[in-house]
Design a protein around this ligand. Structure first.
Ligand SMILES: [Zn+2]
Length: 381
């Protein structure tokens, strides 16, 4: 396995580009984030744009898509308290909300924000989860669409043209260079990075009526034009720092994961809202590409200069990355009405056999907890 020389991201990460020195593009953009960008200029550029939209507080003058996570809390506070905007927060409810996720959404309202919860037709949502899990190998595929479509639909229907997204993940985590400098989010961005090559209209092929998945439809170009919808990344105009966002939210009373680090993760402050986005979603990434959430989180620590590469490797070894996230599996089986055997067989189907050991008959080797055995020992990192 080949890894970035600066962080610990492996070359198996999709869309990751390594330069000639063996450094990944996320590390390269992190460097330019600290040195190559005039953040004051970006901020005044942002101020100028906001002037065109800012009202007197009697109406909502921007929409902020929120999950209730630390970043969305910080986004809402920044827009209201630093930029004097009057935001409406829009939350697309996950398949199955955790207790702590619900607490944090209430916390957001306690901070003085109005929140619209978009609760999609649960029958169709469940069938989309089935497609994601069995066909695309990502149990949260549909959730990642709804997060990006529902707020835009609300923008159109409430006629609030300005949407403020958080980070541009291509800039923060790496991706095609042309998209890294992007300051806006549109349909192309969504289709290129979130849909896994499966368009929303494709669900009909799997027996889902398109009329039942309205919240997952990106509005038409005409609708967008009529309202003048513009979606901007706050992370383009102000220096994005997840750690700072977390500290700010926690100091105000925001809740961490109650039982320590999320399964497969290094920290206890990300992906707390959905029962399977933290555990199962990341585990499915692990079996396909050989790395999970802890790796991503530790890379961010390295790039921010808060951790050395050696410390990150130690922390990765001590994390639960790569362990089957059993905690919410019973809920998942019940949600899809499937057996544990079907569940495990599907995980095996998506497991990259070049990354994990098999026995002589080609069956994946697992320990008593169902955990796979890596062919690429971490001490080689
Ligand atoms: Zn790197």
């Amino acid at each position: 396995m080949k890894y970035c020389k600066k962080c610990i991201i492996p070359i198996t990460r999709p869309e990751q580009v390594f330069n000639e020195e063996g450094v990944c593009d996320a590390c390269s953009s992190a460097e330019s984030k600290h040195t190559g960008i005039d953040w004051d200029a970006r901020r005044s550029e942002f101020e100028k744009i906001l002037e065109r939209y800012r009202g007197d507080g009697s109406i909502y003058d921007c929409i902020i898509p929120v999950s209730g996570g630390k970043d969305s809390v910080s986004q809402a506070l920044t827009m209201r308290d630093e930029f004097n905007m009057s935001p409406l927060c829009v939350n697309h409810l996950p398949c199955d909300l955790t207790e702590v996720g619900w607490k944090n959404l209430i916390f957001l309202r306690d901070l003085g924000f109005d929140v619209i919860h978009v609760g999609a037709n649960r029958k169709a949502y469940r069938e989309m989860t089935r497609i994601g899990f069995f066909k695309l190998g990502d149990c949260c595929w549909q959730e990642h669409i709804g997060i990006f479509t529902a707020p835009v639909r609300v923008a159109v229907q409430y006629r609030i043209p300005l949407l403020i997204w958080g980070e541009n993940s291509q800039f923060e985590y790496g991706g095609p260079a042309s998209k890294r400098e992007n300051n806006y989010l549109d349909r192309n961005w969504l289709e290129q990075f979130q849909m896994l090559g499966y368009r929303i209209s494709d669900v009909v092929l799997d027996g889902i009526n398109l009329n039942d998945v309205k919240t997952f439809h990106y509005p038409t170009d005409e609708e967008m034009k009529d309202v003048g919808v513009t979606g901007l990344f706050l992370g383009y105009y102000t220096k994005w720092d997840s750690k700072k966002n977390a500290n700010r939210a926690i100091s105000l009373g925001w809740n961490r994961n109650p039982d320590g680090p999320v399964e497969g993760a290094y920290n206890d402050i990300e992906n707390l809202d959905c029962k399977w986005i933290g555990g199962l979603h990341d585990y499915m990434k692990f079996i396909k590409f050989g790395f999970g959430r802890a790796t991503d989180q530790l890379c961010i620590e390295i790039r921010a200069g808060r951790m050395s590469r050696e410390e990150a490797i130690e922390n990765l070894k001590n994390s639960s990355e790569g362990e089957v996230p059993w905690k919410f599996v019973p809920d998942f089986l019940e949600y899809l009405n499937i057996s544990k055997e079907e569940f495990e067989a599907n995980l095996d189907k998506f497991t990259n056999r070049r990354l994990f050991f098999c026995d002589d008959s080609g069956r994946l080797i697992k320990d008593s907890q169902g955990n796979l055995k890596r062919r690429y020992p971490l001490w080689e990192l």
